[in-house]
Design a protein around this ligand. Structure first.
Ligand SMILES: [Zn+2]
Length: 416
């Protein structure tokens, strides 16, 4: 079995790894680089059969999780290339496409299930469910020719599924030859001991801010970050508030297919239909979306009257209608995404809108990626023959924190 990292050896995002055994090839992830602008044309990696199809030696693409830096180039590949991913992840991306305008992915021919191996040609693949900020995320064990590569995908140990990370350490795959490990938190200035807030810390910090706020709490986080949805729901409950989802968020929560994720039908959850989403539903005649939450809708008069009892999922584009509704007196905004976005044009627009309205902005956020001490525990548990960095801007520093590191550059084939 041999390996070629097309992208990701020296950056965070754009992951794409090609594996070859016995003349058959598969890809792990096909991501868009994070550095690419939304309207930028990013060519597919140079993989035979990927763009035009018709090359039977390309047997499939396996996606670790539904984050754009891991699947974003899928709409550009030939739809005849077989696709494998998590079933809930596929449902989430399919439902999100209606609201975001993103391309719909081709229907997968196989779905990943926790610790259930399947075969693609000479490759035997075992998915391991992960703790990550994307729902339905997996690490992938790939076996062929008697060799084993374990690709972490994106992984962490401090989210709501931390238990599954600990299970991986307790029951790791054995005899791993190559550990292809993400290192988002391995940075140029890391000393290897840093830790940041956990998902529980975010919940506790939110409870503090919710209780101090007299008006509405405006919550800014990705509706596809289901861990964070649970965190905000729990913090709302603990501070005596209702969580008001927008229709997009309510639709994604339903798409998880999990009864343990906060749903529109729950007590303490209501659904608001922002103007932009209402226009879209009417334009596309997609009334099944609104019918599904009809009994749980909340309207502007109630938002204003009960603003001190509500946590509103919010985007800058909703500021004007909330202002007109009179529900922003005493409001406090909570940013719960990567803080770097606040420096980008959309973040600057948000900050200037909040400034104009006199609304304070507080950051409560936890990373989707494991801290170095947790990665060290992972390496110890798997005890691989070699550790190859991916999804990091500081692969050159892996050797200071982990044993048996072998860096591989983008574009070169190497044997497992
Ligand atoms: Zn990710």
């Amino acid at each position: 079995m041999k390996v070629r990292i097309h992208r990701g050896a020296a950056e965070i995002g754009g992951n794409c790894i090609e594996l070859e055994a016995q003349g058959t090839r598969i890809l792990l992830d096909l991501g868009r680089p994070i550095s690419a602008a939304l309207d930028e044309n990013v060519p597919l990696p140079n993989v035979s059969g990927l763009e035009r199809g018709g090359d039977p030696s390309l047997a499939g693409v396996v996606l670790s999780h539904p984050h754009i830096d891991h699947y974003g180039l899928i709409p550009q590949m030939a739809p005849t290339v077989p696709l494998y991913m998590g079933e809930a992840g596929y449902r989430i991306l399919s439902e999100a496409a209606f609201f975001t305008g993103a391309a719909v992915l081709p229907r997968p021919i196989g779905f990943l299930r926790h610790r259930e191996p399947f075969e693609i040609g000479p490759f035997r693949i075992t998915p391991y469910l992960n703790d990550h900020s994307a729902f339905d995320a997996y690490s992938l064990l790939v076996e062929s020719d008697g060799l084993r590569l374990f690709y972490t995908g994106d992984i962490r140990a401090h989210g709501r599924k931390a238990g599954i990370f600990e299970e991986l350490l307790r029951r790791p795959p054995e005899n791993v030859d190559v550990l292809l490990m993400e290192g988002t938190q391995v940075r140029a200035n890391s000393d290897g001991t840093e830790r940041g807030p956990s998902e529980r810390d975010v919940e506790n910090d939110c409870v503090g801010t919710f209780r101090e706020t007299t008006g509405a709490v405006l919550a800014l986080f990705s509706p596809q970050n289901i861990d964070r949805l649970v965190t905000f729901y729990r913090a709302a409950l603990r501070s005596g508030r209702d969580l008001v989802m927008d229709l997009y968020s309510a639709t994604i929560a339903a798409a998880t297919g999990l009864a343990t994720i906060p749903q529109a039908q729950w007590d303490s959850v209501r659904v608001y239909l922002p103007r932009s989403q209402r226009s879209r539903v009417i334009r596309e005649r997609a009334f099944h979306h609104t019918d599904a939450v009809r009994a749980r809708r909340i309207y502007p008069e109630e938002l204003a009257a009960r603003r001190g009892e509500l946590v509103l999922m919010f985007r800058e584009s909703m500021a004007r209608e909330f202002e007109v509704a009179g529900c922003l007196d005493g409001a406090h905004a909570i940013w719960s995404m990567w803080p770097g976005y606040l420096q980008q044009p959309s973040g600057e627009r948000l900050r200037s809108t909040l400034d104009r309205l006199g609304i304070p902005l507080t950051i409560h956020h936890a990373s989707g990626h494991a801290f170095v001490p947790d990665l060290q525990r992972l390496v110890s548990a798997l005890a691989p023959t070699s550790v190859v960095p991916i999804h990091s801007f500081a692969g050159d520093r892996f050797g200071e924190f982990f044993p048996r590191v072998e860096r591989q550059p983008d574009g070169a084939w190497w044997p497992v």
